[in-house]
Write a protein that binds this ligand. Structure first.
Ligand SMILES: [Ca+2]
Ligand SMILES: [Ca+2]
Ligand SMILES: [Ca+2]
Length: 186
């Protein structure tokens, strides 16, 4: 795996490790779902709230848990990076099969008013809650992802960004900004 891809996986891993204990497990995803539900103002037990929890449960069961090589039901950063490499980066169909359905689900969640466009406000709500990004990071990210600079993200723009994030070794790919600026190498 290229250096930039490895940095991207480590960056996303750190955002998903909500309790910062160095592993991602089911509880981290529950915590992410809680943050999202609160930020979006969904009532506990509402259909929207249950849908978010179901999405995260599936994200764990279908995408993340299969990366758990040693079977402790926790995924460390090495397993996470290796898992994406095996399932997504190294295979031409990896994005479409493993990440695109997740990206579509998040697109639908973000598009609160259902007009088929993700505005800066809609993107920021998700970025800051579910992905623990600062507002500044979210704003900068949005500007890079909005390729045609029309003020909203189309589904195509989001898919392009996701595919670049998970598969491109290009240091300059706009999709590298999907989860905010990548930490510089220390
Ligand atoms: Ca954790
Ligand atoms: Ca919208
Ligand atoms: Ca756009």
């Amino acid at each position: 795996m290229s250096d930039v891809l490895h940095r991207k996986m480590a960056h996303l891993f750190a955002l998903l490790d909500v309790d910062d204990d160095g592993t991602v497990d089911r509880m981290d995803y529950t915590a992410s779902a809680d943050r999202l539900v609160t930020a979006f103002g969904f009532a506990p037990g509402s259909a929207e709230s249950l849908r978010v929890r179901d999405r995260y449960a599936r994200l764990w069961d279908e995408v993340t848990l299969p990366m758990d090589v040693d079977g402790d039901e926790r995924v460390d950063v090495a397993e996470f990076a290796a898992g994406f490499d095996t399932f997504v980066t190294a295979r031409e169909e990896g994005y479409r099969e493993h990440v695109a359905p997740v990206a579509d689900a998040f697109y639908d969640l973000m598009d609160v008013d259902g007009d088929g466009r993700i505005t800066r406000t809609e993107y920021l709500r998700m970025a800051v809650s579910a992905f623990r990004m600062s507002e500044d990071a979210g704003r900068t990210a949005f500007d890079h992802l909005d390729l045609d600079s029309n003020g909203w993200l189309s589904r195509e723009e989001l898919h392009l960004a996701n595919e670049q994030y998970f598969r491109s070794a290009d240091e300059q790919a706009p999709g590298n900004w999907l989860f905010g600026p990548l930490p510089s190498v220390t």
